[in-house]
Design a binder for this molecule. Structure first.
Ligand SMILES: *Cc1c(COP(=O)(O)O)cnc(C)c1O
Length: 365
């Protein structure tokens, strides 16, 4: 048995998402690029590569990883590039998408050899969190004003618009795309390609994939553009668990169990967005608050119902632990960093990475 803590990626579950992506690509004509900022565990890229068109990135490191570990089509985007990194970014990318007309103009010479685009901000989004809302007031994420984009149109051939966030509501997506068509229609007519970003939860269980495909195809036809999607969470949702062990139990008005992991270190978004982890099954008689082992008082995975009393050494699987976890893990408290393991399609288990004291020590100096 592999020692906890470890992330366990189940390829058969990953495959279910990949098959939905393949179906959407086929029915809509859209291309799908994995958003590396959500998930960059390259040991499963061999499986994903057959179902996706490439990767998109948010930094020099990501675009390089996309080129070297995934291959296929490689898009570069960043909120801002530095002078000293732009040449290397361009060397790894097929397309570069600038966040502002200012960056596009600044790097016009260095980027002239590859396809270029610009991020547009439609001013509407599906995010319910101000923190993650690209269309929040005073947002720095993309150009809003058509008049500022028109003068640089001769330098670009397409656009990126990312304004969905775990949006499982097709009607809302459809409505927002309508607003985009209205607001930016004159620009889109001149474009050859448009990326609609990530955040569309189309691999969810009841999502109307056919309607999405039809809508994307219509958008593509109307404006004469190749459509791209940049699924992060949708690509890997429900494919991975975080496997942990109980280290201690106590009663302090509630039953508590302390495990060998930490939300701050290993599932940071639970802390940022004040969400509970997911547990399955979660309908037994024995209710416990599952707590992390860092010294942060609020390091709590959530309260769950187990079918037995928890004792030291029991193993627990935290569900849905692929997206924005491994890419964000850190050495807070020096907590043992979870290993990464893969359940292959034939059911066999393989540990692909373990982290040691040396990794911790070498992350500092
Ligand atoms: C975050 C992001 C994505 C991926 O978003 P998901 O919600 O994980 O699908 C795609 N494109 C851009 C530009 C992003 O910022």
């Amino acid at each position: 048995m592999i020692q906890t803590p470890y992330y366990l990626i189940d390829k058969s579950k990953l495959l279910q998402n990949m098959e939905k992506i393949a179906m959407l690509r086929e029915q809509s004509g859209a291309k799908a690029l994995l958003a590396l900022k959500c998930f960059a565990t390259w040991s499963v890229f061999d499986l994903m590569r057959d179902y996706m068109d490439g990767t998109t990135s948010s930094s020099l490191n990501e675009v390089r990883l996309g080129r070297e570990r995934f291959g296929k089509e490689t898009h570069a985007y960043s909120v801002a590039y530095a002078d000293h990194e732009i040449d290397e970014v361009v060397s790894h990318a097929d397309k570069i998408i600038f966040n502002t007309a200012g960056q596009l103009t600044r790097f016009a010479d260095q980027s002239a050899g590859i396809t270029r685009g610009l991020r547009l901000n439609p001013g509407v989004s599906s995010s319910s969190f101000d923190l993650a809302d690209p269309a929040r007031p005073f947002s720095r994420l993309g150009e809003w004003d058509v008049a500022k984009v028109e003068p640089v149109m001769d330098m670009i051939s397409g656009f990126m618009i990312h304004n969905n966030c775990e949006n499982g509501d097709f009607a809302l997506f459809d409505r927002m795309l309508g607003e985009i068509e209205e607001k930016f229609g004159t620009l889109l007519k001149k474009a050859e390609w448009v990326s609609l970003g990530g955040g569309i939860h189309f691999t969810g269980p009841d999502y109307p994939l056919e309607r999405l495909a039809e809508r994307l195809k219509r958008f593509s036809g109307e404006f004469g553009v190749q459509v791209y999607l940049e699924p992060g969470e949708a690509s890997i949702t429900k494919s991975t668990t975080l496997e942990v062990s109980v280290l201690d139990t106590l009663y302090n008005g509630k039953n508590l169990a302390i495990v060998d992991s930490s939300i701050e270190a290993h599932m940071l978004d639970l802390l940022i967005y004040r969400e509970n982890a997911r547990m399955a099954p979660n309908d037994g008689e024995h209710r416990y608050m599952i707590c992390g082992k860092s010294c942060l008082a609020g390091d709590i995975f959530g309260e769950f119902n187990f079918d037995h009393e928890l004792k030291v050494g029991d193993r627990i699987s935290i569900q849905d632990a692929a997206g924005y976890t491994m890419v964000k893990k850190n050495w807070f408290n020096g907590v043992k960093m979870p290993a990464i393991a893969i359940r292959e399609l034939d059911g066999s288990l393989r540990t692909v990475r373990e982290f040691s004291y040396t990794d911790y020590e070498q992350s500092l100096s």
